[in-house]
Design a protein. Structure first.
Length: 324
């Protein structure tokens, strides 16, 4: 087993209240299923360090980064107020209607972004290596200059640009299969021909973007509400030849599991085997194109049981280099 799991020590402390769907329980649910499946014993593990501020500029406006740091200071030292999601009083600085900074949020976000860069370092330092970043907050809605949809920093773009810069790569592929379109990722990488972005998402649906695409380096698969795993598999089948033709030197995955049939946030009907299927296909392509190197980062997934089971399926798929 060559999969390494990265966690942030503050990922379970970033807490916007019991009613907020992007909760610490997501990480506990993943860990529970990893233990129950036995994967926890055979994977490697690492704690992510906070990313250097300079690396945030690989995806974000310096003025935006500064504003987040300042707002985080307010959350640490300002007056406590009644919050939108929390029944108790805690000091939260809201960057948009559902993206808030409390005492531990900034450190959690810096660790989440840092995990991607550390995972890139690890997979690039050897062959046949895959990594999964079980961190939060997620990132693919964060744009160049704004937070959005639970996301502060665009972790996957930072990891991609970090790999391109520090390892002098020429081509990186990002695969995003969250139920919500990764609008921040698309807006930042549009036109950057070093990066191919392939994304699937429910459409029309939040954030009401993704179709048509913004540039030629992007392949989108909008899915209608109610689409099953069979529809998903048929619609994304052309991705595999596209990735092979692109010949990436690294594959990155924005792994959202909220398209699961049990997830309350949307209306797609995927199941665990669909996540295993797409993950195994990406592993086979990674073996052909980039010595098996894959870095996957957690995005959505809000039914706790389905999330944990889907992550297990995803990791199993990434770890199996050939079809049965």
């Amino acid at each position: 087993m060559t999969v390494k799991i990265y966690r942030g020590l503050h990922g379970t402390k970033h807490d916007l209240g019991n009613a907020h769907p992007e909760s610490p329980d997501r990480l506990f649910a993943i860990d529970d299923q990893l233990l129950a499946s036995g994967l926890d014993m055979v994977c490697e593990h690492a704690d992510a360090k906070p990313i250097a501020e300079a690396h945030l500029q690989l995806a974000h406006d310096p003025n935006y980064i500064r504003s987040v740091l300042e707002r985080a200071a307010q959350a640490n030292f300002g007056d406590k107020t009644q919050t939108l999601y929390a029944g108790e009083k805690q000091n939260i600085s809201w960057l948009d209607e559902d993206t808030g900074l409390m005492r531990y949020s900034l450190t959690a976000a810096l660790e989440s972004a840092g995990a991607g860069c550390e995972a890139v370092d690890w997979v690039m330092s050897g062959e046949d290596r895959q990594a999964f970043c079980a961190t939060r907050p997620p990132g693919h809605h964060a744009t160049y200059d704004s937070a959005m949809g639970f996301c502060f920093f665009n972790n996957i773009v930072i990891a991609a640009r970090y790999a391109l810069q520090h390892y002098e790569l020429k081509r990186v592929a990002i695969v995003d299969f969250d139920v919500h379109h990764g609008n921040g990722t698309e807006s930042i990488v549009a036109g950057d021909q070093r990066i191919m972005l392939l994304s699937s998402f429910q459409h029309p649906f939040y954030p009401h973007t993704g179709s048509p695409v913004l540039a030629s380096n992007i392949l989108s698969v909008p899915l209608e509400a109610g689409a099953t795993g069979d529809v998903f598999r048929n619609k994304v089948q052309h991705w595999f030849d596209a990735i092979r033709n692109f010949k990436p030197e690294l594959i990155l995955v924005s792994a959202g599991f909220d398209a699961h049939a049990e997830d309350p946030m949307a209306h797609l009907r995927l199941v665990e085997d669909d996540y295993f299927w797409i993950s195994q296909h990406l592993r086979v392509i990674a073996d052909e194109c980039c010595s098996g190197r894959i870095v996957s980062m957690l995005e959505g997934g809000y039914d706790l049981s389905a999330l944990g089971r889907s992550v297990v399926a995803h990791i199993k798929g990434m770890s199996q280099p050939q079809f049965e």
